[in-house]
Design a protein around this ligand. Structure first.
Ligand code: FES
Length: 577
């Protein structure tokens, strides 16, 4: 049996060990001298400012019960909550900060294993990034997705239906009273977005990577299955500690390929591409946008969930969730990597129980919802790194397109000009937003779904080619090329685009080109002036100085483990007194 890391705090009979044990008991935990009792950190990211994560408060106690019943001691530790709705300029700015907080909480305390309680978009990857760096046995629980409100007899998908109603409101199709009525029904209880947005996409990615119990990614918020999975996760983490089943034993390049295949099969969020790169970076593995795209070869969208399909996460859960997706993907799921269960992901494969639901929510590879890959990477003179497109939620007629650029340089300008009925724009234009990448703003906000100009909306245009170095919500849709790297704020070619420049996109060929001569681009580059940051202190300054580009996961350069030896191992204990 392996030695517990926490024994460095608690073993012994001196005054220091005594004080350590007393501190645990004062927090409500059990610990006795000479008795082996693993200490489990239960990292709780719930907050009143983050309705998506509110179900976690209750789940923490179910985890504690599971840990205790399995012979451990649980210590619930709050960590910062990254609420997608309220944090500005973007919760993404703080993902890496949460990862550092988790890593340091684990490092500084007598922890043998960790249960991560997360839900909203950035808490799930942020907390796991920190745990991977800490490399202690880790299991993750998501709070589940929220119920669906009903508007005019129709169930409302979070985000996806909001964007659709917004376009109807902007085009005058619905009036202010209707828009207010929509607002009144949009609030529908706590939990994550009920579509395959970033939160659910990341939950499924995390399950596929091996960090949740089978079926945990798609649970409904505040329901019994979610409570039971929390209890069982509390029990299982003790087993993982006994088995020394750490993230470094779980994660291999095949784990990331499996996760990318699950992501592609549900037509998941483009944000997951960035988070996969960041999670891989913490594990010393390179896994960028082109790897996600390549992993999707031969994988169509088989989950009929918005925004690529028509249903909600609830139906996907009832049809069997990730284990049923694994079943349908069959040999495409690689058998080698372990999961938190101690078995490979493929061992969780489970045929959908109800054929009627299965037909509706999970299709087969031969009868998909949309052809794949759902997420594709492109590159070229406009994106020498890469850019990504959620092809499954875009108009294939625009996949091969050449048109003149119309450039916006910031959010307010973009919102103002797209509302201008006199804007000189046609449906053939390519809308470009620069300056909104990781360093820009900073934090890479979800501004990438550039609104269709109002005058075109009123003409009935519903999609056009849009390009930016920003992200977009996982619930969004359209022919939107995102995450262009290098970004505008560091002088990437997107910062050199001028109105009227011709831009070529060819999704099948993987091309995103700015059709301007090299000489002219050199001339513009010499004239380019780097934007002056407004941030001269604190986290935003540190972030801007160290954040990497989107194709590398937008992690901080001093937190990744790209070279052998950069991977951090948490020391048993630093300074005992
Ligand atoms: Fe939190 Fe969608 S806004 S999960």
């Amino acid at each position: 049996m392996n030695t517990l890391r926490s024994s460095a705090w608690f073993d012994g009979d001196d005054e220091v060990a005594l004080a350590h044990r007393v501190a645990v008991r004062m927090g409500g935990g059990e610990i006795e001298q000479g008795v082996r009792r693993p200490i489990v950190a239960v990292i709780d990211t719930s907050s009143d400012a983050n309705p998506c994560n509110l179900p976690l408060r209750e789940l923490a106690e179910h985890v504690r019960r599971g840990v205790t019943d399995a012979g451990g001691t649980a210590m619930v530790m709050p960590a910062m909550s990254l609420g997608e709705d309220l944090m500005k300029p973007s919760a993404m700015l703080y993902r890496n900060l949460l990862s550092m907080e988790v890593e340091e909480l684990l490092r500084a305390n007598p922890i043998d294993g960790v249960v991560l309680l997360t839900n909203c978009d950035k808490t799930t990857p942020g907390a796991l990034m920190g745990a991977i760096s800490a490399d202690l046995p880790t299991i993750q629980i998501v709070g589940g997705n929220r119920p669906a409100p009903v508007f005019d007899g129709r169930e409302i998908g979070t985000g996806t239906d909001l964007w659709r109603e917004m376009d109807r409101y902007r085009s005058g199709e619905i009036d202010n009273a209707e828009w207010r009525r929509f607002e009144a029904c949009y609030a529908c209880g706590s939990g994550s977005c009920n579509t395959a947005g970033t939160a659910s996409s990341m939950a499924m990615v995390v399950e596929a990577l091996g960090f949740t119990l089978p079926g945990a990614a798609t649970v409904q918020a505040s329901q019994d299955p979610s409570r039971e999975l929390s209890y069982q996760s509390g029990r299982r983490i003790i087993g993982m500690i006994e088995e020394a089943l750490t993230p470094s034993r779980i994660l291999t390049p095949a784990s990331f390929r499996n996760a990318a295949r699950i992501l592609q099969s549900v037509g998941g969020s483009t944000n997951a591409v960035i988070h996969l790169a960041a999670l891989a970076g913490r594990a010393g593995i390179v896994f960028g946008p082109s790897d996600v795209s390549a992993a999707g070869d031969g994988i169509p969208v088989i989950a009929d969930v918005q925004p690529c399909g028509s249903g909600l996460m609830r139906e996907l859960d009832r049809a069997g969730g990730v284990p049923s997706l694994v079943f349908e993907l069959g040999d495409a799921i690689e058998a080698e990597p372990l999961t938190c269960t101690g078995h490979p992901l493929a061992a969780s494969a489970r045929a959908p129980l109800d054929d009627n639901l299965r037909t509706r929510a999970i299709r087969t590879l031969s009868d998909p919802v949309v052809g794949g890959p759902a997420i594709r990477s492109v590159s070229g003179t406009l994106a020498p790194g890469t850019a990504v497109l959620k092809a499954a939620a875009s108009d294939p007629r625009l996949w091969k397109h050449r048109g003149p650029a119309l450039v916006f340089h910031g959010y307010d300008e973009m919102r103002e000009r797209t509302q201008d009925l006199d804007l000189d724009v046609t449906a053939d234009h390519v809308l470009v937003l620069s300056g909104s990448g990781p360093v820009g703003v900073p934090g890479m906000p979800e501004w990438g779904m550039i609104p269709i100009p109002r005058r075109l909306l009123e003409e009935g245009v519903t999609d056009m080619v849009r390009i930016s170095d920003a992200r977009m919500s996982g619930t969004s849709f359209g022919t939107v090329f995102l995450h262009v790297s290098p970004e505008g704020a560091v002088g990437g070619p997107i910062s050199l685009v001028r109105d009227g420049d011709m831009i070529t996109v060819d999704v099948e060929a993987g091309i995103l080109d700015l059709d301007v001569s090299a000489e002219e681009l050199d001339r513009r580059r010499r004239e380019w002036v780097a934007p002056v940051s407004q941030h001269v202190r604190g986290w935003p300054m540190l972030y801007q100085q160290h954040v990497e580009q989107a194709d590398r996961g937008a992690d901080l350069d001093f937190l990744t483990a790209r070279e052998p030896g950069q991977r951090r191992r948490i020391e048993p204990v630093i300074g005992r007194s």
